[in-house]
Write a protein that binds this ligand. Structure first.
Ligand code: GLY
Ligand code: MN
Ligand code: MN
Length: 463
């Protein structure tokens, strides 16, 4: 946990943003894998972590704005539980470290809320993302699932606060990125033809654990880099393949990193791979370089997309005017996703609070229709203190190429005979994490090899 002053200040700032009522925070519970006593690793809800810092399952908290109370609800271990789990720090003690002296048994939460509801008081809660939360909220608010209305005022206040990272958060994210950098270097040092993807994953997972971290999301370690969220890990690395490693750790306090590097499974990129890699690298460099407060992140996406188009034009896959091609979304044949997202306590920060609230503004709502753009998670003006990823890529998805080609879609811009030569090329992504500063941006962490030369130099010493 951070110091209690940090949690006291965070809660005070939230209170300054909310007019009245009760703010309810549900902590997470243990989630059974196959039976109740065999759960998935526990992860506390991120807003709960942000405002209270207590990472134990089965608790909740509220801030009663009108009655000036902050209460943690949860049960201390019974003697029977102590027999099996040993004596542990009490919830009371943990709550005190968060600056809260009022802890009550979990059962009292429903009594407290029922009394408030009887008086017609407002209860603010966040959108539930698990069945447990839905069930509990229905019970607490005495309503049906389709009557659960999360509080927009509450969501907006939390998003505004959590979006701007404070110094103690930036330090944690920096730590996550630096450990993740080392983790990526390890993968680039260990990989060799004949290895299985899962062997690389197990090596980096051990590295994360050795550093008191865990993955901030399931690692993507694949020779099929064009599959955007590929969690299949049983392929064998072969000379001529590229390995796409999208992985990052989260620290013990819960802050994430999210990095991607693509490197040859052998010692060198082929000349075709090198050319394509440099197209992605140029998109990466030019797109992140324009970031500064006030710039809409859509421009980062647009710049990356344009550079990809220009690069593919130079390689003969595209033709015509690049700007016109961009307007016609030609790039989405190769770049189907968004160029990045917010990052913090969640790798896709606050995604559970809703993309429209987190990534967009009321004036400029999210495009939920257009292929490519609808996958952009962030499309609002950047602010000092935001932490974002930038992650352009080229993904040659055979099924998508076949589909567009059969329709001769956008044929004024696409040389399909040339694209067909790349049908089984795979995918390349480069991803780093950035802090938006007063005048621009700063790459978080000590940096990780990225150019063809740097990567081939690392690979030359690999095996
Ligand atoms: N690691 C998932 C992403 O890059 O968004
Ligand atoms: Mn990633
Ligand atoms: Mn990412």
């Amino acid at each position: 946990m951070f110091s209690k002053e940090i949690y006291l200040n965070r809660r005070q700032e939230l209170r300054n943003r909310i007019r009245g009522g009760i703010m309810l925070f549900l902590g997470n519970v243990e989630m059974p894998m196959n039976y109740a006593d065999n759960p998935f690793p526990f992860r506390q809800d991120s807003s709960f972590l942000y405002y209270f810092g207590i990472s134990v399952p089965g608790i909740a908290a509220l801030i009663d704005q009108d009655e000036d109370k902050t209460i943690v609800f949860g049960n201390e271990l019974s003697l029977g539980e102590i027999v099996w789990m040993g004596r542990q720090e009490t919830l009371r003690s943990k709550a005190e470290k968060s600056g809260i002296n009022d802890t009550r048994p979990f059962e009292e939460l429903s009594v407290y809320l029922r009394n408030a509801l009887k008086k017609g008081r407002e209860i603010h809660f966040l959108p539930p993302y698990t069945a447990y939360q839905q069930f509990l909220l229905c019970e607490l608010c005495s309503c049906n699932i389709n009557e659960l209305n999360a509080s927009a005022e509450f969501i907006k206040a939390i998003v505004a606060q959590r979006s701007v990272k404070q110094p103690e958060e930036i330090k944690e994210i920096e730590k996550a990125v630096n450990i993740s950098n080392e983790m990526h270097l390890l993968a680039m040092q260990l990989a060799k033809p004949g290895m299985k993807e899962y062997q690389l994953v197990s090596a980096i997972e051990k590295f994360a654990a050795d550093n008191e971290c865990r993955f901030s999301y399931p690692a993507i370690m694949t020779i099929r880099g064009e599959i955007l969220h590929n969690h299949f890990r049983s392929n064998t690395l072969k000379e001529g393949d590229m390995v796409l490693n999208d992985s990052g750790v989260e620290t013990a306090k819960g802050y994430a990193a999210d990095l991607t590097r693509t490197f040859p499974a052998g010692k060198k990129f082929s000349s075709r791979q090198k050319e394509m890699y440099n197209v992605v690298l140029k998109a990466f460099e030019d797109a992140h370089s324009i970031m500064r407060p006030g710039l809409n992140y859509k421009e980062v996406h647009r710049t990356a997309s344009l550079r990809l188009i220009e690069g593919l034009f130079d390689l003969g896959l595209l033709k015509g005017n690049p700007e016109e091609a961009l307007v016609n979304n030609v790039h989405t044949l190769f770049f189907q996703c968004g160029v990045g997202h917010m990052m913090g306590l969640d790798v896709h920060d606050m995604e559970n609070l809703g993309e429209q609230f987190v990534g967009y503004t009321d004036e400029e709502p999210k495009d939920t229709e257009t292929f490519g753009w609808k996958s952009l998670r962030l499309g609002r003006p950047l602010q000092e203190g935001f932490v974002v990823t930038v992650e352009p890529g080229i993904y040659m998805i055979p099924e998508l190429i076949d589909h567009w080609s059969a329709e001769n879609r956008l044929a004024d811009f696409i040389n399909y005979h040339k694209v067909m030569e790349y049908r089984d090329f795979g995918g390349i992504r480069i991803e780093d994490n950035f802090l938006i500063t007063k005048n621009g941006f700063r790459r978080i962490g000590n940096g990780l090899s990225k150019t063809v030369e740097e990567i081939e130099e690392l690979r030359s010493r690999a095996y």
